[in-house]
Design a protein around this ligand. Structure first.
Ligand code: MCA
Ligand code: AMP
Length: 504
């Protein structure tokens, strides 16, 4: 029996006493200990009725146990469905209702809110807290640490990750075992990972970046990770001297640069800093090199495609570009209207093809069909160009999307919620430069009464995750529109571009 992803990443490490996770406080979990726990958790899943192909929806704090649950789900042949811990119950309700998981795992503090949501979807609910206590852990204690991985082939699903939709409805990107494995192995080669690597892991584990890029690459090489609960500059600076590599979103790097303790000496023995999920300003790249002597390696990915491009490990890492298509991945630039391929240097939509590209959106065949060309290329919605030397640059987005601190926010979702507030006529949500998060959310609102910022913010508070909520609301008499009646967001972005530049 083979399990495509688990066998390649972990099967050879079942009795491996080398470290996998270095934890705050000095504890270490070996591969053997981690995999023993994932076997126990896999047994709990099977006992709870989770069958091959069933979804396991998970909204829990980052912890070794949470990571073991990812591996346990894959091992049990099921589909891991991680959810941002910032999501409110109403948001989780949509995902659970759509994906119909067999099991929902959440923090015990959220259990009362999520119990009815799980019940409506026919799912069982178990809890897992940040300190690894909860009903899931209790059920796992005492279970056998041996578990025969359930057979899964490369095309079977290993995970569904939801990405927000431009019309407000999120879409579940179906990722197969081979989507995940092929990309991990490509990155190991491209970025020269080896068993000697110690990766500083401060990313969340509910997104591709922290879950698959970081974890799968390390597991594929028998390396280890300094596993921090999140990004806090003090903890990262304390840990950096023990790491050989770090992966982060641009906000990690700008926060480090803002700290005088972040010096050339501190990172003298690091071999690689990787950045992605949002554009890294060329200025940050230059300042980082001046401070540390390291050139950050910027790469480009998407939830639907894993990683697509990367600056070279050995060649020139060019600031403001995302490098070349990864081996085995094809990237082309097309005219957004005709779909015709454009020559080098011309700006169009980036399209991607390769073993990394997902299997489609969960139960949305029409949306899936609309985002693929007939010859199999996925239409990313990112605008970019490929220069004469093959370097790819992202110059904008065809999709109305804000990326704030590496989190995606679809303006439509926020606009719909604001428009529901009594006294609001209409709204336009835009992303403007933010010194910490790269982009920050601003809402431009037309009102017909005396509704104020506080009232709007209070109504949004229960409805959506904090990171999606506007950092500022601006009231105007009317929104600028073109002759077709479409709101001209480019004019709004220009007018209000300095609204958040003083934000901390
Ligand atoms: C926190 N807040 C945010 C964000 N994070 N607001 C906007 N954007 C954000 N990203 C809010 C908090 O709710 C809080 O609100 C206030 O900002 C300050 O929070 P703070 O404590 O400073 O935030 P933090 O805990 O330090 O988090 C910032 C962070 C985090 C470390 C940058 O957002 C993060 O880890 N981002 C990484 C996301 C990521 O991994 N993205 C990859 C997905 P208040 O104080 O008002 O309550 S993309 C992907 O996977 C693709 C495939 C790819 O290419 O990689
Ligand atoms: P997500 O849907 O969260 O996976 O976000 C994917 C999007 O993040 C892409 O479509 C890009 O718009 C953006 N992105 C990822 N990496 C980069 C990068 N290095 N530079 C610019 N944008 C990026």
């Amino acid at each position: 029996m083979t399990n495509h992803l688990f066998d390649a990443l972990f099967a050879a490490r079942l009795a491996d006493d080398r470290p996998f996770l270095h934890l705050p406080g000095g504890n270490t979990l070996s591969y053997r200990q981690f995999l023993d726990r994932s076997a126990q958790l896999a047994r709990v899943l099977v006992d709870a009725g989770v069958a091959p192909g069933d979804r396991v929806a998970v909204q829990v704090a980052k912890s070794p146990e949470a990571l073991a649950l990812y591996v346990a789900t894959v091992r049990a042949g099921a589909v891991f469905l991680p959810l941002n811990t910032a999501y409110m119950p109403a948001e989780v309700g949509y995902f659970v209702g759509d994906a119909k998981p067999k099991l929902v795992v959440c923090d015990s503090a959220a259990a009362a809110d999520l119990e009815p949501i799980a019940a409506d979807a026919g799912a069982r609910l178990m809890t897992l807290d940040a300190n690894s206590s909860g009903t899931l852990s209790q059920a796992a204690d005492g279970k056998s640490s041996e578990f025969d991985a359930v057979a899964r082939n490369g095309d079977d699903l290993g995970a569904i990750l939801y990405t927000s939709g431009t019309t407000g409805r999120s879409k579940g990107a179906m990722l197969s075992h081979d989507n995940l494995l092929s990309n991990a192995l490509t990155l190991v080669e491209s970025w020269r990972f080896s068993e000697d690597d110690v990766l500083l892991h401060a990313l969340p584990i509910f997104h591709t970046h922290g879950l698959f890029v970081a974890t799968n690459v390390i597991a594929a090489t028998s390396g280890s990770m300094i596993f921090l609960p999140g990004f806090k500059a003090d903890a990262v600076i304390e840990a950096l001297p023990r790491a050989t590599t770090m992966m982060g979103v641009p906000t990690f790097y700008t926060r480090l640069l803002a700290d005088p303790r972040f010096t050339r000496e501190l990172v003298a023995h690091i071999r690689l800093f990787v950045s992605g999920s949002a554009p890294l300003l060329a200025d940050t790249h230059v300042e980082f090199e001046a401070r540390t002597g390291h050139r950050i390696l910027e790469r480009y990915g998407m939830t639907e495609t894993n990683m697509n491009t990367s600056n070279p490990y050995d060649g020139e890492r060019r600031a403001g570009t995302v490098g070349f298509a990864l081996p085995g991945v094809s990237v082309r630039v097309t005219d957004p209207d005709s779909g015709n391929e454009l020559p080098a240097g011309e700006i169009g939509v980036l399209e991607i093809k390769g073993p990394n590209v997902f299997k489609g959106y969960w139960q949305m065949p029409e949306k899936t069909a609309a985002e693929f060309r007939e010859d199999g290329y996925f239409i990313s919605g990112d605008l970019g160009l490929i220069d004469a030397e093959g370097y790819i640059s992202i110059v904008g987005r065809g999709k109305d999307l804000i990326i704030s601190g590496g989190y995606n926010i679809y303006p439509k979702e926020v606009e719909l919620a604001i428009d529901e507030v009594a006294g609001v006529v209409e709204s336009a949500v835009i992303g403007v430069p933010h010194p910490d998060f790269g982009e920050g959310v601003v809402a431009v609102v037309v009102r017909d009464g005396d509704v104020d910022e506080d009232t709007i913010m209070q109504q949004l508070a229960g409805a959506m995750a904090r990171f999606k909520q506007p950092k500022k609301i601006i009231f105007v008499d009317e929104l600028p529109r073109n002759t077709m009646g479409k709101v001209q967001k480019n004019i709004l972005r220009e007018t209000y571009q300095e609204q958040l530049t003083q934000a901390a």
